[in-house]
Design a protein around this ligand. Structure first.
Ligand SMILES: Cc1ncc(COP(=O)(O)O)c(C=O)c1O
Length: 380
């Protein structure tokens, strides 16, 4: 038996959706993009959605559209995939890492507050919270703090489509609905909830940010007659900004849109798997993430154990390919200048003990029982 930590599921309908594009006139810049953007914006409850080539491109374009200037600082979490931090560097900004909350494994509001306490005006531009493993960050509380310092919030929800939390007014706030954040990014890498091979999305309720994103996605080029400085005819376009080619293809958009139709169903399967793990590990020496007030999207199911390396090796010997998410950002040689080892104790302690167990909708109850058995054998 070989069990990975994550795996995509491709249906016959997905294949047909891609085939339909292959037989159409557009492989890119065609109608499948707009159709996916519309469906996705409705799914998360945001006004606008902009599809791009991957989650990293979504982060990069977002910080540019939000106006990050070279030299400005942005706060993010050390427990994330490096892309959440790298996007700041792409734009010439500087990363500041605020420690995680040991209960939620997401950025700690108090650690963010501490960073901002003695900041001079304009020193910090924004905050990038990450809905780590699918845990919906309380962006209402973060918004309050961001507003005190005139900062934008870019939510990295690459792990959390379908996640939500309850705010203080008892409203359900969906990850990506833009209620408390300026923009939200998602990834459609195959281990994520929606598999497009590669793909990403930015959602926002700001028309200004939306327009900037659309332009930056295609080289900074516009054909909008209201914006053009001159107009030589039907062929004419102007480049107004230094943009990129971060477009998604129609093939990927069609696949992702087809996957989107099953997202809720699959999320329920993830929740059921998490519940079975929770019950099985209740009396074992295993630490787990706090349960959120709302819906966890369970991209990952993480446990903390005393001897993580030994458990990782033991599971591998038994065909179970658990993973470690993540090596802290400041442990990366490239980012070592951002923070010294020893300065982010919660993140570092978490990294010593964490392990992501298999979590994907097609994980069968037999396979999960096998994983539970092996973990129990080891811990017991
Ligand atoms: C939290 C987080 N942010 C950003 C990314 C980048 O997404 P992509 O791989 O689509 O570029 C990932 C992907 O692994 C991620 O997990």
């Amino acid at each position: 038996m070989q069990i990975p930590y994550g795996k995509q599921e491709i249906t016959e309908a997905d294949i047909q959706a891609v085939e339909k594009v292959l037989r159409s006139d557009f492989l890119t810049q065609g109608p499948a993009i707009a159709a996916f953007e519309k469906a996705f914006s409705e799914y998360v409850g945001a006004k606008y959605a902009v599809a791009v080539s991957n989650g990293t491109a979504a982060l990069h374009l977002s910080v540019l559209a939000l106006g990050l200037q070279p030299g400005q600082k942005v706060i993010t979490t050390p427990i994330t995939f490096v892309a959440s931090a790298n996007c700041v560097c792409y734009a010439g900004g500087e990363i500041e890492l605020a420690d995680i909350d040991p209960e939620t494994y997401c950025i700690d509001l108090e650690a963010v507050r501490e960073k901002l306490q003695n900041a001079s005006p304009g020193e910090y531009a924004g905050i990038i919270p990450v809905d780590f493993s699918g845990y919906p960050v309380n962006t209402e509380a973060l918004r309050q703090l961001a507003d005190e310092h005139n900062l934008w919030i870019l939510e990295d929800a690459c792990h959390a489509p379908g996640g939500n939390f309850m705010d203080s007014k008892e409203n359900t706030i969906r990850c990506g609905d833009g209620t408390y954040v300026d923009a939200t990014v998602f990834s459609f890498h195959p281990v994520k909830h929606i598999a497009a091979g590669e793909g990403g999305m930015i959602t926002t309720n700001s028309e200004e940010i939306y327009q900037k994103l659309v332009q930056l996605r295609t080289h900074g080029i516009t054909k909008d007659a209201n914006i053009l400085q001159e107009n030589h005819g039907g062929w004419y376009y102007e480049m107004h900004d230094l943009g990129y080619n971060y477009r998604l293809t129609d093939l990927q958009a069609a696949l992702a849109n087809s996957q989107l139709t099953l997202t809720n169903e699959r999320l329920e399967k993830r929740l059921a798997i998490a519940q079975r793990y929770d019950e099985a590990f209740e009396h074992l020496e295993i630490r787990k993430q706090k349960t959120p007030e709302g819906k966890h999207a369970f991209h990952l199911y993480v446990v903390e154990v005393e001897d993580r390396k030994a458990l990782y090796n033991y599971l591998r010997e038994n065909g179970i390919y658990a993973q470690v998410h993540y090596i802290p950002v400041h442990y990366m040689p490239y980012h070592a200048v951002v923070a010294q080892k020893g300065t982010l104790p919660n993140a570092e302690r978490y990294y010593e003990h964490c392990l992501s167990l298999p979590m994907y909708p097609t994980l069968t109850t037999e396979e999960q029982a096998y994983v539970i058995q092996k973990v129990t054998d080891f811990i017991g």
